[in-house]
Design a protein around this ligand. Structure first.
Ligand code: ADP
Ligand code: ADP
Length: 228
């Protein structure tokens, strides 16, 4: 689904944020990028949807070079969930979800149905939450809206950059459990960035361990735990 072929990101000052990065991510796989701060995780993630331009190598999505995609198609067809989801404070939850550009083309009825469906998917009762403002939701619930918004146009790929890191331990664990369940149903290709090994082992079909912009090791949680 996503192939990295000798990808590098070099900054003007000569530093490599990412280098010699080659990896194939399978369709329907949840791949975790893990590594210490500054190891190149976010850079790798943002190169996939061209938020950061790569300087060497190639990235392909479904065998097509990302440089050959229309930028809007690429951006909006890849769901993106950030650590601190930015909801518009004066817009209701349903309005915040409906800002997804793809939905602008839809009939109102279709939009309404999709919002209900999405809220159910992320475990929030639509009748209770549709008309609320973001500040009437807990941090965990706001991140759920972030996930709902990323899923809105049904993109095949979801990028998640430390989506649960700002939450308290209990909410974090609940969202992790719910993401596993959700992924069992929707089977998206997910690239998930974290610096938390227990989160990586819990969520990842495979884990890619990064250090200094490169890959140290890639494997299933079982393979990573079997190290001598
Ligand atoms: P991580 O997500 O693992 O914390 P990042 O991908 O954010 O790591 O950063 C990787 C490296 O790239 C870091 O060493 C960082 O300092 C460097 N970097 C990020 N942005 C720039 C920039 N604009 N100019 C130079 N170096 C940068
Ligand atoms: P979570 O399990 O997602 O962390 P919390 O325990 O923080 O949720 O919140 C519990 C309940 O309190 C939720 O139903 C939420 O809607 C409600 N709530 C949280 N913050 C506010 C707020 N600022 N105004 C109104 N209700 C709130």
């Amino acid at each position: 689904m996503i192939s990295f072929d000798n990808v590098a990101k070099k900054y003007d000052d000569g530093t490599y944020a990412v280098k010699n990065f080659s990896l194939h991510i399978n369709e329907g796989e949840l791949l975790v990028l893990i590594g210490p701060s500054g190891s190149g995780k976010t850079t790798t993630l943002k190169m996939i949807n061209r938020l950061i331009p790569l300087t060497e190598g190639y990235i392909r999505i479904k065998d097509k070079m990302i440089s050959d995609y229309d930028i809007h198609e690429l951006r909006w067809d890849i769901g993106y969930v950030l650590q601190q989801i930015a909801l518009f404070p004066h817009m209701t939850i349903e309005e915040n979800i409906a800002i997804v550009p793809e939905m602008k083309k839809w009939e109102q009825e279709e939009i309404n149905q999709r919002i209900d469906e999405l809220l159910h998917m992320v475990g929030l009762e639509p009748e209770t939450y549709r008309k609320r403002l973001p500040n009437e939701l807990s941090g965990g619930q706001q991140q759920r809206i972030g996930v709902a918004r990323a899923l809105a146009a049904n993109p095949p790929i979801i990028l998640m950059d430390e989506p649960f890191s700002a939450l308290d331990p209990l909410s974090r664990e609940k969202l992790q459990d719910d993401l596993i369940q959700l992924q069992n149903n929707i089977k998206k290709t997910i690239v998930f960035v974290t610096h938390d090994m227990s989160e990586a082992l819990k969520l990842g079909d495979r884990i890619c361990l990064m250090r200094d912009g490169g890959i140290v090791q890639t494997g299933t949680p079982e393979e990573l735990l079997q190290q001598p």
